[in-house]
Ligand binder design. Structure first.
Ligand code: NAP
Length: 351
């Protein structure tokens, strides 16, 4: 049981991120001072929307310059904090050098943040943003699990540097965090494992992979059809709430899958068809697996990825998040409508 004093500052790494924006909003609403780490505190344009939040809500933001790849980068920001949210990590599926662009920042970044935590006399709890990707790599992985269901008891064993490197980066980073946590008794680690996060961003400039993926569904790139690929979906506001509760609930412990429901890309398109069918170029059929398998390399997708993911139904256990963190999931349709409305209004589908 750990009680976090809300009058002490709270550090959030990667403050400019899609998810971090909503976590910071919750902290500011609760009159908390946020030590926000960003790569470039001089980029006033990029921080404008966070400044706006701080102006209108009770808490304050203090910016710190920090890079995941720089040792001691987080030391100053962690001082005086009892609670740390470590959200920063590159989230992308299009990389040339997975070691340099994904593994190094995710892994070395986690080490650097936790070294800062070890140096600070005040930190009592770290909430790490991991991912469902640290639990399962490919949808086919679930075939060998009890009830074919992903739960907090499992680890991703199928991702490597050359196959699903983003998932590999999240797995290595979370494992390292648990390893470092076990070498000491001063601070506790609580982990959040979200599935694909969707829903409106606080910043109009959000560039998370979540947006890029959903943009393709509406901009005509998938008009002829979509791969029959299921993915867990959750609203960004529930993921932020899960972080907040994991930070402040005294009894929070361990890992937490945060997932509303799995859906296929076609099901996603069908859920928004009534509202956006006449505005966007939505797909209306699944493509045959053999066709997707053949064409995969021409769109930069590995055939192994298609073989091990398409056509598999997935089940994801969200019981712990409901029972222990008190998360109430809104319907996926509501998340999608809010998300696509924001993207449509911002002209995302014209670019
Ligand atoms: P995002 O909007 O791309 O945010 C990523 C953040 O990480 C940005 O603030 C970025 O800073 C920061 N970052 C990247 N490389 C960095 C570096 N070398 N040094 C310092 N900061 C760096 O992505 P997001 O969707 O909010 O993701 C946030 C976290 O949630 C990540 O850990 C991700 O793995 C996890 N997650 C996301 C999803 C999802 O569907 N979105 C699902 C599961 C887990 P800059 O602004 O300076 O680039």
């Amino acid at each position: 049981m750990i009680n976090i004093n809300k009058s002490k500052p709270v550090m959030v790494t990667g403050a400019t991120g899609y998810l971090a924006g909503w976590i910071i909003k919750l902290l500011l609403q609760n009159d908390i001072t946020v030590h926000a780490t960003v790569r470039d505190p001089n980029n006033k344009e990029k921080l404008k929307y966070l400044d706006e939040l701080a102006k209108n809500l009770k808490g304050n933001i203090v910016y710190y310059k920090a890079d995941l790849l720089e040792k001691h980068s987080f030391d100053e920001a962690a001082k005086k904090c009892e609670l740390i949210f470590h959200t920063a990590s590159p989230f992308t599926n299009t990389v040339k050098d997975p070691q340099k662009e994904l593994i190094d920042p995710a892994l070395q970044g986690t080490i650097n943040v936790l070294e800062a935590v070890n140096k600070s006399d005040s930190v009592k709890r770290v909430v790490l943003t991991s991912s469902i990707a640290a639990i399962m790599g490919d949808n086919k992985d679930l075939v060998k699990l009890p009830d074919n269901m992903a739960s907090e008891n499992h680890w991703n064993t199928s991702s490597t540097l050359s196959h699903q490197p983003y998932s590999y980066s999240k797995t290595l980073a979370e494992k390292e965090a648990w390893k470092i946590n076990k070498t000491q008794k001063k601070w506790q680690l609580v982990v959040i494992n979200p599935v694909l996060v969707l829903g409106p961003g606080i910043s109009p400039q959000i560039s998370s992979e979540s947006f890029k993926l959903m943009k393709q569904l509406g901009d005509g790139s998938m008009k002829i059809g979509v791969p029959n690929f299921e993915i867990g979906i959750v609203d960004v506001r529930e993921v932020a709430q899960a972080h907040f509760n994991a930070g402040f609930m005294p009894e929070a412990e361990g890992r937490h899958i945060i997932c509303a429901e799995p859906k296929s890309f076609l099901q996603i398109a069908n859920l928004i068809r009534d509202d956006f069918g006449d505005k966007l170029l939505l797909p209306n059929r699944n493509l045959p697996k053999c066709l997707v398998w053949l064409a995969a390399p021409t769109v930069g997708v590995k055939r192994r990825m298609v073989a091990r993911n398409m056509g598999y139904k997935i089940k994801i256990d969200n019981t712990k998040s409901i029972e222990k963190l008190g998360i109430k999931y809104r319907p996926v349709k509501e998340t999608l409508i809010d998300f696509f409305s924001q993207m449509y209004e911002n002209g995302a589908f014209n670019k």
